[in-house]
Design a protein around this ligand. Structure first.
Ligand code: ADP
Length: 490
């Protein structure tokens, strides 16, 4: 099949979270299965600044109309991560993709509407049949209606993957007018009208309505979004379109996440080694961190998190987890920052509070190398999410022999099974799980983990190795995507 992905992220070149990882892992696996895969991404300024890609100019320049003007665009291509990456350069006076970042610009709506439309202009000019146009999240979900109603491209089917239904792309009818869609026409309950604010356009909703199939990134989350608690006002739309929605649990990219050949680690390891040897090598990763930050961090176990600090990730519980870890005489490591100023300020206050502690490391930045070193160093990864479409961190952690402690929600409950869970066979139990988003439940899970760490190291070794031996690669999920693609009739 010829599969074209439109996306705002692609790891490692442009990554803000799990979406970037998913694109790379899925695209690579689809190519390995023999499919022809292209990923179209904006040519963000930082991509070529950071990594010199062997870029080639594709095709002749083409134009895209916005608010009465036509702007020139150039498409570049490079063969990376085993697939064809196409980078759309917009010669737009507002420098839409020259902002040094992917999101969080005031005009994100206009930027990504323009990107989506320009992609379709390109595909139209190229005029080649496509089996699957695969869209990811709100930034490109407008492409479904554009492809179907305006461009009428030779595409067999359109798929929308929802990586996080909390981000929906709210805008006004005139934002659609700006790219030549008649906004008012789409302000209806059956199409783009937001289910809470009747005067607003909801781009994600339009994507759900106009795509032929929709999937979320875990089976549990596909069910949870049908409820108002998790799906919010959009749950009504999800229920209405339930027949075309399914869940496919993400994999992780085994090339990017591999403790056996990780370029960021000084010492490598895999599950074939003895538990004692794995422990020695994880200790070497801990020493890398101790040296870098000039901290003792000598209390064990190490508990930590690598996460965006946003309400979804349960920041209050993270803070409670930090306090409890220190009470229990462990060490706590956090890598992550918050796009929400008040939350960021709060965590900076916590850092000042713990400034004298030799057992707390709070690092507020996006740092790929450090993320790898922390995954390898931790004993326990804490993920107290309030909701979690899939979550990659828990799977990455397990690959590095780190035991997850998670809240039972979304993809976390599909991938982590409590050590004491009688409902799953013993060989599936791989972590600690707590039910409610309360300090009581969190503390109980943390205390159980600490107790096992101190009194029953053999079982800790079993859990750690079991996680490393599990197969979280993209092999199985990619097969499910292919099955979904094949089931879609023209
Ligand atoms: P989400 O997509 O909601 O942020 P996921 O668990 O699906 O959460 O994916 C998060 C990805 O981003 C993981 O690969 C994680 O290691 C990475 N990540 C999160 N925060 C940081 C950070 N501060 N520095 C480096 N990597 C990070």
């Amino acid at each position: 099949m010829k599969i074209v992905h439109l996306s705002s992220e692609f790891a490692p070149f442009a990554k803000a979270g799990g979406l970037g990882d998913v694109l790379t892992g899925l695209a690579r696996e689809l190519t390995l299965a023999g499919h022809e895969v292209e990923v179209i991404l904006p040519k963000y300024d930082f991509i070529t600044q950071k990594s010199p890609l062997p870029l080639q100019k594709e095709f002749q320049d083409f134009y895209c109309w916005e608010k009465g003007e036509s702007y020139r665009n150039t498409m570049w291509s490079a063969f990376v991560e085993n697939c064809r990456l196409l980078l759309l350069e917009a010669h737009h006076p507002k420098g839409y993709f020259s902002r040094g970042k992917i999101y969080a610009c005031e005009d994100d709506i206009a930027r990504f509407l323009y990107f989506s439309k320009a992609c379709l202009e390109y595909l139209k000019a190229r005029n080649e049949p496509i089996d699957i146009l695969h869209l990811h999240d709100w930034p490109v979900s407008i492409a479904a209606v554009l492809a179907k109603e305006i461009y009428k491209l030779p595409i067999r089917a359109i798929v929308l993957t929802i990586h996080n239904a909390d981000y929906q792309g709210h805008c006004a009818t005139w934002d659609l007018d700006a790219i030549g869609l008649h906004g008012a026409k789409y302000l209806t309950k059956e199409s783009f009208e937001d289910d809470r604010y009747p005067n607003a356009i909801n781009l994600l909703k339009g994507g759900i309505v106009f795509s032929d199939a929709v999937n979320t990134v875990s089976a549990s989350y596909a069910k949870e979004i049908l409820t108002p608690e998790i799906g919010g006002p959009l749950s009504e739309t999800f229920r209405l379109h339930q027949a075309k929605i399914r869940g496919i649990t993400n994999g992780i990219d085994y090339h990017l996440w591999n403790p056996c050949q990780d370029p960021y680690l000084e010492t490598h390891y895999n599950s074939a080694l003895s538990s004692m040897e794995i422990e020695n090598r994880k200790e070497s990763a801990r020493n890398q961190l101790r040296k870098q930050f000039n901290l003792h961090l000598n209390q064990r176990p190490w508990v930590g998190s690598i996460t965006r600090i946003v309400p979804q990730k349960g920041p209050k519980l993270l803070e409670a987890g930090l306090d409890k870890t220190i009470d229990l005489k462990g060490s706590f490591v956090l890598l992550g920052s918050s796009p929400i100023p008040s939350l960021q300020e709060h965590f900076e206050h916590l850092k000042r509070k713990h400034a004298k502690s030799e057992n707390v490391l709070l690092q507020f930045e996006y740092n790929e190398a450090l993320a790898h070193q922390i995954y390898a160093s931790l004993d326990f990864l804490l993920l107290p999410s309030l909701f979690e479409p899939c979550g990659l961190s828990q799977m990455i952690a397990m690959r590095y022999g780190t035991i997850p402690i998670v809240r039972a929600t979304g993809g976390l409950q599909d991938t982590v099974f409590d050590w004491a869970n009688p409902k799953v066979t013993a060989d599936k139990r791989n972590g600690f799980v707590f039910k409610n988003a309360t300090n009581t439940d969190l503390f109980s899970a943390l205390s159980r983990a600490f107790e096992m760490f101190r009194k029953d190291p053999e079982t800790i070794q079993v859990l750690s190795k079991r996680g490393m031996q599990q197969n979280f690669s993209w092999e199985k999920p990619a097969k499910e995507y292919v099955k979904m693609y094949l089931n879609l009739s023209p």
